[in-house]
Design a protein around this ligand. Structure first.
Ligand code: UDP
Length: 244
C-alpha cells in the first residue's frame, strides 16, 4: 500500500497530482470496444481503467426470476486480481457484491425497464486498474455500454466523487485522497432530468460543506456527461460515415 503522505494539498492549494480542488482527473472514454457484446464501453479516469459490457435484453433463466412488468437489470462489478497494489482474490468480495448492487440501483432509474417485461439485461464491469472512485467511473462507463446496446434510456448517468482532504472540498478523489482524506461522497446524476441516482457518504462534513460538496459533484458530473456524449457521437458518427 502507498505510504501516508504528510499533506494532500500544498501551499499553492494544489493536490498531490497537481490538480486544483475543483478539477477532474484526465478522462478518456471509448464506446463500442468489444465485438461480441451487445454494447460496450471503456473509460480511463486518472489511473482507473474500466471496461463495461452489456448483454440483453434477453430471455431470463430461471424463468421464475422474471418480472411480469419489467426487465430485470443484473450488474456485476468485478476487480481483476492485478487491478490493485495487493493482489485481489478473483472471487467476489463483500465489497464487490455491495458495489454491484449500488451501481445497479444508480443505473435503473435511467432505463425504460417497463419496455421489456420478462427479460433480463446483464451489465459486466471489469476493473482492470483501480485508483479510487471506481464505483463512479463504473456507473459512467456502464451507462454508455447500455446506450451502445440500444437500450432505451431516459438519460445517461454520469458519476463522480467529491470529498474533503486537509480541510478542503475536492472533486474526483484518487485512491490516496479517498483513504487518507476526511470524507468521501460518491454521487451519480442524470443531467437532463436533474436527478441524483446515487449518493453515499463516508466521513464527516458540516451541512455547509455537504451542500458545497454536492454542487461540486454535480458540476463534475455535468462535465463528464459532455464527455459521454462526445464518446457516443464519436462512435456513431464514424459508423454513419462507413455506411455512406
Ligand atoms: N482498493 C484496493 N483494494 C481493494 C479494494 C479497493 O486497493 O480490494 C482501492 C482501489 O484503488 C479503490 C479504492 O481502494 O478504487 C477505493 O475503494 P472504495 O471501496 O472506496 O471504492 P471506489 O472509491 O473505488 O468506488
Amino acid at each position: 500500500m502507498s505510504s501516508k503522505p504528510e499533506r494532500l494539498i500544498d501551499e499553492k492549494g494544489l493536490r498531490l497530482d497537481g490538480r486544483k480542488p475543483d478539477e477532474l482527473r484526465p478522462i478518456k472514454i471509448e464506446v463500442g470496444v468489444l465485438a461480441n457484446a451487445d454494447g460496450s464501453a471503456y473509460i480511463e479516469q486518472g489511473k482507473n481503467k474500466i471496461l463495461a459490457a452489456v448483454y440483453g435484453p434477453k430471455e431470463l433463466h430461471p424463468k421464475h426470476l422474471a418480472l411480469p412488468d419489467r426487465m430485470v437489470l443484473r450488474c456485476r462489478y468485478h476487480m481483476a486480481p492485478f487491478s490493485v497494489q495487493e493482489r485481489k482474490s478473483p472471487a467476489p468480495s463483500r465489497r464487490e457484491i455491495e458495489l454491484s448492487k449500488v451501481i445497479r440501483e444508480a443505473l435503473e432509474p435511467a432505463i425504460f425497464l417497463e419496455y421489456y417485461p420478462r427479460t433480463a439485461t446483464d451489465v459486466f464491469i471489469e476493473v482492470l486498474q483501480a485508483d479510487g472512485g471506481t464505483r463512479c467511473a463504473s456507473i459512467t462507463v456502464a451507462s454508455l455500454a447500455l446506450a451502445d446496446a440500444g437500450i432505451p434510456m431516459r438519460d445517461l448517468v454520469a458519476a463522480c466523487s467529491v470529498g474533503k482532504v486537509d480541510g478542503t472540498i475536492v472533486l474526483d478523489l484518487m485512491d490516496v485522497e479517498d483513504k487518507v482524506g476526511e470524507a468521501d461522497l460518491p454521487l451519480a446524476y442524470m443531467p437532463n432530468l436533474d436527478a441524483i441516482t446515487l449518493l453515499q457518504m463516508d466521513g464527516n462534513l458540516t451541512p455547509e460543506e455537504f451542500e458545497k460538496a454536492v454542487s461540486l459533484a454535480i458540476e463534475g458530473c455535468k462535465k463528464i456527461y459532455n464527455m459521454q456524449r462526445e464518446a457516443l457521437k464519436a462512435r456513431y458518427v464514424s459508423v454513419k460515415e462507413v455506411e455512406e
